[in-house]
Design a protein around this ligand. Structure first.
Ligand SMILES: Cc1ncc(COP(=O)(O)O)c(C=O)c1O
Length: 426
């Protein structure tokens, strides 16, 4: 049976889902063309276009399986996605047998963070995170009814500084959000610190810009800190794999994941039909992200290895600039897969203007949130001077262009342009 026959032109098998999306299905020549494309791909006679074909197949798929794309039937696309996701994570290193591994897809990492903070019931308390961070972080903390408590980063890898964290933890601390910036941060010191303090504070590991990174061949997401630790992934367009949006939350507790999944779906406890178990909203993954993500997962390892090669090209091409004292690179763990290539560039804003004006090369950056008046009014001290590394590097912190579309020649061109700009301006 062809996909189109399956879709409804088939007279023998009829299904009556309780609703169908009001799409006009492809007809006539368009329908034939799609069928030919799928047939060519299936026979291995067509390169590329995988994600587009995954989407077309989704449109042409069996409507009774496609309706209400959520935690409903074992055949639903989301359930298949969760299964494939867990299989992917455990393919290189299986977790210990007694360990639960559970996942819930969400609309994006930002609402995933919010839903997780809501599950932790952080309202009225403090959530610790680094000041030099993606703008989602303080916002989701405030939206969850808590106060961000900013801490410092390390000089070399720009990730959370454990001494600063140790000083920040207090009786109001309800959660910690640790960003794995371009690599799998060593979790031992944090684990040790919490054990020493005898505090089971839930830790959210934000792996949005590090998916693919490992430590001792263990991928992110498998080990979560404490009883209710979680790891969050993003599949936005800028990430190491993308489904043009979407996110994933992982935990070692099915109960916690069910709670977060309920928050992400209007508070509904799906195991009990229409019972509401918590306050929630619509944070669930977009239907069209699902086939895209399943397709990207198939090529994730290839995309990670392309990124690792580009990281190396960057490192080599930038080494002379580092040797000349013109800039600093982020220290990367050997199993890192970089999401955003982070560096320190003196006179970053001027250099960025020159690069963009002359060569169309754009620099990215994150703010130091404790420098922004909006957060200064809402967040506790310490401010000014106590986050000394963040204060010292905030106006130099930059992301260089980084994507699997770049060739080694592109990278060398960018590095040369950066060298010229730095020489001219510093
Ligand atoms: C560290 C970090 N966390 C969260 C996010 C938010 O991801 P999303 O766009 O999926 O909400 C980003 C986006 O770049 C990020 O860099």
């Amino acid at each position: 049976m062809t996909p189109l026959q399956k879709m409804g032109t088939n007279k023998t098998k009829k299904s009556y889902p309780w609703f169908l999306p009001s799409f006009t299905l492809p007809q006539g020549k368009t329908a034939k063309l799609f069928e030919q494309l799928i047939a060519l791909k299936t026979k291995g006679k067509n390169e590329g276009g995988d994600e587009l074909l995954a989407l077309i197949s989704w449109f042409l798929g069996d409507p009774s399986l496609r309706q209400m794309n959520y935690f409903i039937t074992p055949e639903s696309d989301v359930i298949k996605l969760i299964h494939e996701w867990l299989l992917f994570l455990t393919s290189s290193k299986a977790p210990p047998k007694q360990m639960t591994l559970a996942a819930a897809p969400v609309a994006n990492a930002t609402v995933g963070l919010l839903a997780t903070l809501m599950a932790y019931d952080v309202a009225g308390g403090e959530v610790i995170t680094t000041s030099l961070n993606y703008p989602a972080m303080p916002n989701v903390i405030l939206m969850a009814g808590a106060t961000p408590h900013f801490v410092d980063v390390n000089k070399d890898d720009f990730c959370m500084n454990m001494d600063s964290l140790a000083k920040a933890i207090n009786e109001k601390t309800k959660a910690i959000i640790l960003v794995h910036l371009n690599q799998f941060v060593d979790l031992e010191p944090l684990d040790r610190l919490l054990r020493k303090l005898k505090r089971d504070i839930p830790v959210i590991q934000d792996a949005s810009v590090a998916f693919g990174s490992k430590r001792s061949n263990i991928p992110l997401g498998i080990f979560n800190i404490g009883t209710n630790g979680t790891t969050i992934f993003s599949f936005a367009t800028t990430k190491t794999i993308t489904s043009l949006g979407g996110g994933m939350i992982m935990a070692n507790s099915q109960e916690l994941i069910n709670h977060i999944a309920a928050i992400a779906f209007h508070g509904l406890d799906l195991s009990k039909a229409m019972d509401v178990s918590t306050v929630g909203s619509n944070f669930r993954i977009n239907d069209l992200n699902v086939p895209l993500l399943r397709e990207q997962l198939k090529k994730a390892d290839r995309l990670f290895s392309l990124r690792r090669k580009l990281q190396e090209v960057y490192r080599k091409a930038l080494q002379p600039l580092v040797d000349d004292g013109l800039m600093q690179l982020q220290t990367l763990h050997e199993e890192a897969v970089v999401g955003h290539y982070a560096v320190l560039v003196p006179k970053r804003d001027q250099v960025g203007k020159t690069l963009f004006g002359k060569e169309g090369i754009q620099l990215g950056c994150w703010p130091a949130h404790h420098h922004l008046p909006f957060y200064q009014q809402r967040c506790p001290t310490p401010f000014g001077g106590t986050l000394s590394t963040t204060d010292a590097i905030a106006d130099q912190f930059a992301f260089l262009p980084f994507s699997t579309d770049l060739t080694p020649q592109d990278v060398r061109f960018i590095c040369k342009a950066l060298y010229n700009a730095l020489r001219q301006l510093t």
